[in-house]
Design a protein around this ligand. Structure first.
Ligand SMILES: NC(=O)c1ccc[n+]([C@@H]2O[C@H](COP(=O)([O-])OP(=O)(O)OC[C@H]3O[C@@H](n4cnc5c(N)ncnc54)[C@H](OP(=O)(O)O)[C@@H]3O)[C@@H](O)[C@H]2O)c1
Length: 381
């Protein structure tokens, strides 16, 4: 049975067992969610006016960071600034040649002063679970510590019809949630080796208007009408919910924190699927929209600021139901009401592990230093 059919049959079973199960956001929640989105758009610049641009970073010599989707937009800025602060940066990307050209440009910009940037490129395509496993196996084989994993790569195929990947998943869900979740799990051995370490997920304020049904992650069961907005917002909410359980389950002593951030509303290629006239309009409102350097600040703060682990520790001690969330102005933010539903977060955690082909006890095994087998990967094709 394909993953869609499995999802469809299990979703109808769950609806029979529990007909009162929530099928979407209520009007008030939805209204509050859109209020958050509009507020971010209108006031992000004022609310972030206390921040320097670019955000000053502490020296990061000796730290290793993996940044996904670093050939464009926010990810490009994150990779460049981390490397310029002295970190060893791995650009995990689809466009290898473009990444190499960027590195060469950044090295030249440095004008040959001081040490060359410590930056390299590795191939990663989040639309292929095999590619994720291949990347993780290649990285883990080095037995090197990893200090910061930045799950930045993402898509928002605005106005496009629903697309299912070759792995059988709705593409927003795969690129924005499932593949980064698999990557985070598979890189845990390296993150534990690099502890204290951080996983930073570049999330979005759009998770406030998102809803995700763990039994219909692909939005194919016919219970909800698909749109690219439903796909994108749902995938970002799924990422917050998965991150919340991951952060909860990793013991404090392990020293690995999982943080979500919203970068703000940023002028990047993410809007490339908008109609041409809308892209032109988008460019006409620079006062409201951040440039990628401004948009990289919250992620860099979550990745490098020394206060962040203390904030994570406080939430852990309080058994807060949601993972630490940093907003575009580098302040803590409470995630959406729906993100606080621990019961569905737990269901989503289990469903995600199943969909990415990992055993349900993977985390416990990885924390014990044992190996886990993923159903994806080159050896198992
Ligand atoms: N811009 C905003 O207003 C905004 C707001 C909230 C959240 N975000 C989030 O910020 C993150 C970065 O987006 P951005 O705005 O910087 O957009 P962007 O300029 O389009 O950059 C997205 C990056 O993700 C990569 N990517 C896409 N699909 C991939 C795949 N299958 N495998 C590997 N890499 C892939 C792209 O690489 P290719 O060039 O190879 O496609 C690109 O480098 C995303 O997670 C997005 O959801 C953005």
């Amino acid at each position: 049975m394909g993953s869609d059919e499995t999802a469809a049959s299990s979703s109808s079973t769950s609806a029979i067992i529990n007909p009162s199960k929530k099928q979407g956001l209520g009007w008030i929640e939805w209204g509050r969610g859109w209020y958050k989105v509009v507020e971010e758009f209108l006031f992000q610049r004022i609310m972030a006016s206390h921040l320097e641009n670019p955000l000053p970073l502490p020296p990061l010599d000796g730290l290793t960071c993996i940044v996904t989707g670093s050939t464009s937009g926010i990810g490009l800025e994150i990779a460049r600034q981390l490397a310029q602060a002295g970190a060893h940066v791995v650009m995990a990307v689809r466009k290898i040649k473009l990444a190499q050209e960027l590195i060469q440009k950044w090295q030249e910009e440095k004008g040959g002063l001081g040490m060359p940037l410590n930056i390299e490129v590795m191939e990663l395509d989040l639309l292929s679970m095999d590619s994720v496993v291949q990347f993780a196996e290649a990285w883990n084989a080095r037995l090197a510590p990893l200090n910061i994993l930045i799950n930045n790569a993402g898509i928002f195929s605005i106005g496009e019809p629903q697309r299912i990947s070759k792995d059988g998943f709705e593409e927003h869900m795969q690129v924005n949630h499932l593949a980064p979740a698999l990557l985070s799990m598979l890189l845990l051995p390296s993150l534990l080796r690099g502890s204290p370490s951080r996983i930073v997920n570049v999330n979005s304020v759009m998770h406030f208007v998102g809803f995700v049904d763990p039994n219909d992650m692909n939005v194919t069961a016919g219970k909800r009408k698909y749109s690219s907005l439903v796909g994108y917002a749902g995938s970002k909410l799924a990422q917050v919910k998965f991150s919340s359980i991951l952060q909860k389950r990793i013991p404090a002593e392990a020293g690995v924190n999982v943080i979500c951030v919203t970068p703000g509303i940023v002028l990047t290629n993410v809007a490339r699927d908008l109609p041409k006239f809308l892209i032109a309009g988008y460019r006409l409102i620079p006062y409201f929209i951040f440039d990628p350097i401004e948009g990289s600040r919250s992620t860099l703060f979550a990745a490098a600021d020394p206060q962040v682990p203390d904030y994570c520790a406080v939430l852990k001690q309080d058994e807060w139901p949601v993972c630490p969330y940093i907003t575009f102005d580098c302040r803590p933010m409470n995630a959406s009401e729906e993100a606080h539903n621990l019961e569905t977060s737990q269901e989503l955690w289990e469903k995600t592990l199943e969909m990415v082909g990992l055993p349900s006890d993977s985390l416990e095994k990885l924390l014990e230093g044992e190996q886990v087998q993923c159903q994806y990967g080159p050896a198992r094709e």
